[in-house]
Design a protein. Structure first.
Length: 133
């Protein structure tokens, strides 16, 4: 497990206690999170453009904000796992971990980064239009 703290926030005691586990790595705040994605299978965030970056690394994005206005919409395009609680996430992962069907579907939808390459500009233009108009 690699925890990459948000650059704006301090690391608290709860996070520091996790360092006792041998499978836990505390990432550097100053290093771009994409540097850690080569070694990842999942990326968990509340809502972040890094969830979109994860797709380019064949990493399953897990978002804890189902009503996020982030574009492209991971839920609508079935490009990630969107949950409202840690318990929901655990159930999904345990149910799908052995057969990998859900994970394969998510990665297949983004096969060869098709989604990112062909839809990013379109979504980016929509966002700009919304902000300007």
């Amino acid at each position: 497990i690699i925890l990459k703290p948000h650059p704006r926030y301090n690391i608290n005691e709860r996070v520091l206690r996790l360092k006792k586990y041998k499978n836990f790595v505390l990432g550097e705040k100053s290093i771009d999170v994409t540097k850690y994605l080569n070694d990842a299978k999942f990326l968990v965030a509340i809502s972040s453009t890094t969830l979109i970056d994860a797709l380019s690394y064949k990493v399953i994005p897990i978002c804890f904000m189902s009503g996020s206005s982030m574009q492209p919409n991971l839920k609508k395009n079935k490009l990630g796992i969107i949950v409202n609680s840690l318990n929901s996430l655990k159930k999904i992962i345990l149910k799908n971990y052995k057969n990998n069907i859900l994970f394969k579907k998510i990665l297949h939808r983004n096969k060869n980064e098709y989604y990112i390459r062909h839809h990013f500009d379109q979504n980016f233009k929509k966002i700009i239009k919304k902000k300007i108009i």
